[in-house]
Design a protein around this ligand. Structure first.
Ligand code: AMP
Length: 123
């Protein structure tokens, strides 16, 4: 599967559509999820064109991978959720219900999040 450079997060990276941008560095951009499922629900995306975690882990350079995950931590620190706790989630592919084909990590926090998955599979 080829990377779709018109996906919504690629367009946010190019500033073609608005987003509530909370953090940016050389490797990553973070913005509020448009449909938040917790008091804190932020998405962190790499600047490179990677479809999913699987694609990123296969093709990104070591610098990109390290820079990206350091950025995820920096965002969590900036959001103030590190002390109370937060959850990271990355959906890859159909069974995980990945909707946007640009790798992203969700950061959830701001309240007790409960168990990882419900019996229905709904978060
Ligand atoms: P996933 O199922 O992991 O691909 O999650 C995609 C996420 O992107 C969902 O939580 C959506 O609410 C979120 N989303 C979709 N479009 C936008 C947008 N334009 N700005 C911010 N978040 C978005």
């Amino acid at each position: 599967m080829a990377y779709d450079s018109d996906n919504v997060f690629a367009r946010i990276l190019r500033r073609e559509i608005p987003a509530d941008i909370l953090y940016e560095d050389a490797f990553a951009l973070a913005f509020s999820d448009i449909n938040p499922q917790a008091p804190v629900h932020v998405l962190v995306i790499p600047k490179g064109a990677y479809i999913s975690f699987d694609d990123f882990a296969e093709k990104a350079s070591d610098d990109e991978i390290a820079g990206f995950f350091r950025a995820v931590r920096a965002v969590a620190q900036k959001l103030g959720v590190a002390e109370g706790g937060y959850r990271l989630l990355a959906n890859h592919g159909a069974n995980a219900h990945q909707e946007v084909p640009h790798f992203h990590v969700h950061i959830f926090g701001g309240r007790p999040l409960g168990p990882m998955l419900t019996r229905t599979g709904r978060p």
